[in-house]
Design a protein around this ligand. Structure first.
Ligand SMILES: [Zn+2]
Length: 359
């Protein structure tokens, strides 16, 4: 086994949309006291050797002896600084925000993904119970802040498991997020993922029907023109049988009208804009901006179609719909709560600020 195998497997998961979309998900490998973990900002599908950061595992473990601020922003900043200091000499990239979690899982390989099928459970009302029933050996983690807090809670749970049974879970399901799988080989991980998807798929009472439908051309062109003028971005549209169910009324839209996971917020916005029959797109857009202080990335127009500001939000909106349909098999959809949505939104702003060149 080598880093090459990790690279090809990472690319395979990254290019398979059953597992992950756009920049989501991350992988890692541990050898001789060194953690090779995906760098923040690199995408699994196209990852190369430079997409991994080498980190000192012993030093990462010493992070647990530190105390950090109780203020979210301060804590994230302090932890990031300590994490950066754990990189081996010469490493320039920033490690994934989940690097600490990768480090503490006692497996040579860890693959973290956001499969829509898995999120059909983790973002459902019966999530915890369904996981307990289908995957009795797995660990369930309730909705917690990603990064340091998530790693801290998983660390506590694993310690409790170990004390109780002497064993720990190699599969960890995270509410409103996805799943971590660890093993001594990538083959074992692949087998685990196949089994996870198969077992969930067998429970489904309904699957999404994305059979394409047309949008009346004159109306489509008018909406695209309005949105392009408002945003200065390329606007793309989509309509299909599944979307048409959600676009029938504002109530029908509710099961896709918020955010299931952090990735959905990052790529398709925390909340799509709903435009009802007879309402003006321009007015609804302006009202949204005034209310939330940000522009929508997805616009759903009643009985018409879905419009995406830029090309990136659209695949994540398809994912929202897919997840929402899957949740019907597990008691219905459960979005992240308002506090968490707010935390992720602030975090995004911080990350964006951090990426700007210093004046
Ligand atoms: Zn993730």
């Amino acid at each position: 086994m080598s880093i090459d195998t990790l690279l090809s497997e990472s690319q395979r998961y990254g290019s398979d949309e059953r597992f992950v979309l756009l920049g989501g998900g991350n992988t890692s490998y541990k050898k001789d006291g060194v953690l090779y973990v995906k760098a923040s900002g690199s995408e699994l599908a196209s990852i190369g050797p430079k997409g991994f950061v080498k980190m000192d595992l012993a030093r990462m473990d010493s992070i647990w002896a530190n105390t950090y601020s109780s203020d979210d922003d301060e804590r994230e900043e302090e932890v990031l600084k300590d994490m950066m200091a754990c990189r081996l000499k010469g490493e320039g990239s920033r490690p994934s925000v989940e690097a600490l979690l990768h480090a503490l899982l006692p497996f040579s390989y860890v693959v973290h993904l956001h499969p829509a099928l898995v999120n059909g459970i983790t973002c459902s009302v019966e999530g915890k119970r369904a996981i307990g029933r289908l995957f009795p050996d797995a660990l369930w983690i309730e909705l917690v802040k990603p990064g340091f807090i998530l790693a801290k809670i998983v660390r506590q749970r694993l310690a409790e498991q170990k004390e109780l049974s002497g064993k720990i879970s190699s599969v960890i399901f995270l509410q409103n997020h996805g799943v971590f799988v660890g093993a001594e080989s990538l083959e074992e991980i692949a087998t685990q993922y196949d089994e996870i998807l198969k077992r969930i798929d067998a429970q489904l009472v309904r699957r999404p029907d994305f059979t394409p439908m047309g949008i009346e051309e004159k109306r489509r062109v008018a909406i695209v023109a309005s949105l392009e003028k408002l945003t200065g971005e390329k606007v793309v549209s989509a309509m299909n049988r599944e979307f048409s169910r959600y676009l029938a009324t504002v109530d029908a839209f509710a099961p896709v009208a918020s955010s299931f996971t952090p990735d959905h917020i990052v790529y398709s916005g925390f909340k799509p804009l709903w435009v009802g029959e007879g309402e003006s797109v321009d007015e609804a857009f302006a009202e949204y901006e005034k209310l939330y202080g940000t522009e929508p990335k997805i616009v759903g127009v009643q009985d018409t179609g879905v419009f995406s500001i830029g090309e990136k939000p659209l695949p994540l909106f398809f994912d929202t719909v897919r997840v929402s349909v899957y949740t019907e098999s597990f008691g219905g959809p459960l979005f992240m709560d308002e506090d968490m949505i707010q935390f992720i939104r602030n975090w995004e702003v911080e990350k964006y600020r951090a990426s700007l060149p210093k004046a």
